[in-house]
Design a protein around this ligand. Structure first.
Ligand SMILES: *Cc1c(COP(=O)(O)O)cnc(C)c1O
Length: 420
């Protein structure tokens, strides 16, 4: 369900014409629908109402403050993986007791910041991190609540870069090492064990890995009980896939049903960390065709957005639907590569794709760009990162200005030896 649709042949986001925004603020830009984000959050919450989990939105999917505030106002928590994301969650009005801190490489400074902010808990990734967390908590006179991230050693059947629950993955405690991790946590004075965490990957389109993962977590819970460790929380992570092209991800209802049927009877508190499923289809990237170019092999459509703005096609070979902002009447199609201006051959949005014939100056929209879009953007090729726009009904709001050349150099310093 999303709010991007053609009305009289013109693409709209809710009630605003995409073309109008492009004329007023220029291209490229990310465009998000408030209504879609709000609906996604509420559908997620409704599907899981029996379990009534704490929904910690995964900030890395899209950490714009306005977006974060939508979730905070709806009552959601935050799953953060850096000090920057933690600061953003606090600024966006998320109550600290709804913030969980994940990631395999938290620094001492970040741990200190999180403890002083009184966040709900840490998703701890290793024994070494447990020891550091204990040390920092001790020095601050605090206790750190933890769930250990357990790697259930399974194949989530997604792109290899998006799989995090395989045995060879860098994340979490190996399934056979989890008990030792919990024993250490129990012995550390300033660590309080709250529960178990798993996050097996992203863009998962089958329920089986979730079922398998949960079964392993529940087995582990039994083993822990035998040695006197009680589990209060189970954090099931994120990872639910969405439709980019023709994927058939589980419905929210079926996903919720798995979690509910496995966890309700255990009387544990549940935490979910959805990212993509909330934001992915709530945003598009709008770009203008700069040039057409025909070589002996191919026809290229060169647009003004690049892989620095939107990395997923280059990084994951991800397929994203692309459509002209003004619907084409003529049925004429051609096979093209849609590419950006970056000096890299990986700078493409579509390859050998059958596409309506577009002219220079036309606007294109790349769908499914709301999650892992702007948050992965960079300044490569010394380009200004794009603007971000939020639409609500008939209004649109610039929620992040397009960067300027001054922004590009604002942290640069000239050493004396080069001053004239
Ligand atoms: C990235 C991440 C998520 C969110 O994953 P999605 O696939 O976007 O739902 C949740 N939890 C952790 C620990 C993550 O790293």
């Amino acid at each position: 369900m999303h709010s991007f649709k053609y009305i009289d042949g013109k693409l709209h986001c809710e009630d605003v014409r995409v073309e109008k925004i492009a004329l007023e603020i220029g291209t490229p830009f990310y465009l998000y629908s408030y209504q879609t984000i709000f609906n996604h959050y509420n559908s997620f919450k409704r599907a899981l109402k029996e379990i009534d989990p704490l929904i910690c939105y995964a900030y890395k999917a899209n950490s714009n403050m306005a977006i974060c505030k939508i979730f905070a106002k709806a009552g959601g928590g935050a799953e953060v993986v850096s000090g920057g994301e933690l600061a953003q969650a606090l600024k966006s009005g998320v109550s600290p007791d709804k913030i969980v801190f994940s990631g395999n490489g938290k620094t001492e400074k970040e741990i200190c910041f999180a403890l002083k902010s009184n966040i709900l808990m840490f998703d701890v990734d290793s024994q070494a991190e447990l020891r550091l967390l204990n040390k920092v908590a001790h020095s601050l006179g605090k206790n750190a609540k933890v769930v250990l991230r357990v790697n259930p050693d399974l194949n989530p059947q997604t792109h290899s870069y998006l799989a995090t629950g395989l045995k060879k993955s860098k994340f979490g405690f190996g399934f056979d090492q989890a008990l030792d991790g919990y024993k250490l946590a129990r012995d550390l004075e300033n660590i309080k064990i709250a529960g178990i965490h798993m996050h097996i990957g992203s863009q998962i389109t089958s329920l089986d890995p979730f079922v398998e993962g949960l079964d392993k977590i529940i087995f582990l819970m039994g083993e822990l009980k035998k040695i006197g460790i009680e589990i209060e929380y189970i954090n099931v992570g994120g990872g639910l896939g969405i439709v980019y092209l023709d994927e058939e991800p589980p419905s929210l209802e079926n996903y919720a049903q798995v979690i509910t049927s496995k966890l309700l009877k255990l009387k544990v508190k549940v935490i979910c960390e959805p990212g993509r499923v909330l934001m992915g289809n709530a945003g598009i990237l709008v770009s203008r065709v700069l040039y057409r170019k025909e070589t002996a092999e191919k026809t290229f459509v060169i647009v003004d957005a690049g892989m620095n703005d939107f990395l997923r096609p280059a990084f994951y070979q991800a397929h994203h639907e692309i459509k002209p902002v003004r619907q084409k009447e003529e049925k004429e199609k051609e096979v093209v590569d849609i590419v950006g201006p970056i000096c890299e051959s990986a700078d493409f949005f579509a390859r050998d794709r059958e596409f309506p014939k577009v002219k220079e100056g036309e606007l294109l929209s790349i769908f499914g760009a709301g999650a892992y879009g702007f948050s992965m953007a960079s300044n490569y090729n010394f380009r200004c990162r794009p603007a971000e726009i939020l639409v609500s009904g008939e209004d649109y709001f610039v929620i992040r200005k397009r960067e300027t050349y001054e922004d590009l150099v604002k942290n640069e310093k000239m050493p004396d030896i080069l001053e004239i």
